[in-house]
Design a protein around this ligand. Sequence first.
Ligand code: MLT
Length: 327
Amino acid sequence: MKRLIAGMASAVLAAALTAGSAFAQSYPNRTITMIVPFAAGGPSDAIARLVAQSMSTTLKQQVVIENVAGAGGTTGASRLTRAEPDGYTLLIHHVALAAGASLYKSLPYDTLGDIEAVGLVNYGPMVVTTKKDYPAADAKALFAKLKADGPKTTAAHAGVGSNSHLCNMLLQQTLDTKFTEAAYRGTGPAMNDLMAGQVDLLCDQSTTAVPQIQGNTIKAFAVTSANRLSVLPDVPAMHEAGFPNFEFVIWHGLYAPKGTPKEAIETLNKALQVALNDENVKARFADVGTQTFPKGERSPQAHRARFEKEVATWRDVVAKAGVSIGN
Ligand code: MLT
């Protein structure tokens, strides 16, 4: 009997290994969809398009972008968790995925339970920017005016829980004031309205803020990293502007639905690493003040560890701030 059971177990194992290796040999054999949970033209979209282009070449299959915007990035995440876990639907997302787990009271998915980490992509700061004719000469004057003006200030963001929203939240807490907030489906459209002078303030990722600052279409007052960015040498870090505890560095990761075959995750991770080693991608990242993760932190396991840590960190932040969305 024991021999029979052992024989059956090895047969099951052998079948699983054969199926795994057959999958690995044929994967991918059709188009892969990469969901961007914000509007086109914003920072997540820009990062996704750069990475997807290189991954398409490596994988010899198109990696196409699908913008599924709404609810601070949770609509796109929800779409991922409803997809077949077959390696053909991916999500690029940032800190908001981890923060959303505590900010939103009733998400249609279990953030850590339903989502698999594929690999870390990039990290970089936010930049506190205003419309071009905003009447403040430097960071000190801006923060004094924001504090004094309170709800007279219109502050754009990309939906509750997005990076720009979290940055606004931190700014309001730090200045002990309240802005009038305007929610968009991404900072792409929010940036358009800032450039048109329709809103006063936007704290956006350097990825899309830097080209506008350099093009002189908006004004920059502070970066949220510990140090200045070499591409914005005249813009002070928040600690130089008088806020030593204000640091907010955001990161993107690539995700798949829970249950995606391990072989697909490994293939995708390798293709992602090729993209992150690509000189063109590295140069484009550097031009806009964002960086790739060091080589030792690029495995799915390292990404998973960071993801879990951030979910826990934001659980504490959200509990302390006493904010939540939904019933
Ligand atoms: C976007 O691509 O629009 C951003 O990542 C939104 C944000 O989180 O601020």
